[in-house]
Ligand binder design. Structure first.
Ligand code: HEM
Length: 125
């Protein structure tokens, strides 16, 4: 289990960094043709988050964290797919900041789940 958690954690870190780099490129009006890649990687990131949440559930980490990770994944997907429709014009900047913060929190949730699962596994050994 520890190996799987490590793989998910490192894959999540790699995806997270690439998502942020691509996101900041879009923010500065570059590479819009890479949006489908960013979207696909975002969906893959949520799949990792859910896989980590499932491991967390079986390792009996705090259920609120597991539920939060599941719901947060849904929010990341919903927001990412609908953000273009929320607010038009300059107000879209606020939506961008929100999307960035929601994504950053998803990265933090994955880290937190991974750390708790590892701690729990070490405690029951
Ligand atoms: C951990 C996950 C994610 C992170 C850290 C992340 C980060 C970012 C950042 C920093 C930006 C640039 C600023 C912004 O427009 O908000 C961005 C743009 C964008 N993201 Fe994500 N994102 C994530 C997941 C997703 C997902 C799952 C989708 C779609 C399902 C998505 C779709 C988009 C789109 C369409 C843009 C361009 C929006 C625009 O320029 O108006 N992102 N992302």
């Amino acid at each position: 289990m520890k190996t799987l958690v490590l793989i998910l954690q490192n894959a999540g870190r790699l995806l997270g960094v690439i998502l942020l780099i691509l996101g900041f490129l879009f923010w500065t009006h570059h590479s819009f043709d890479l949006i489908p890649l960013h979207t696909g990687m975002g969906v893959a990131f949520v799949a990792l988050l859910w896989a980590m949440a499932a491991i967390g559930a079986s390792a009996k980490v705090n259920p609120s964290l597991v539920i939060a990770a599941f719901l947060w994944g849904l929010l990341v997907l919903y927001f990412g797919m609908s953000m273009g429709r929320f607010l038009p014009g300059r107000a879209h900047e606020a939506i961008r900041v929100l999307h960035f913060l929601i994504g950053l929190s998803a990265i933090a949730l994955l880290e937190s789940l991974g750390a708790r699962i590892k701690r729990r596994a070490a405690a029951v050994r």
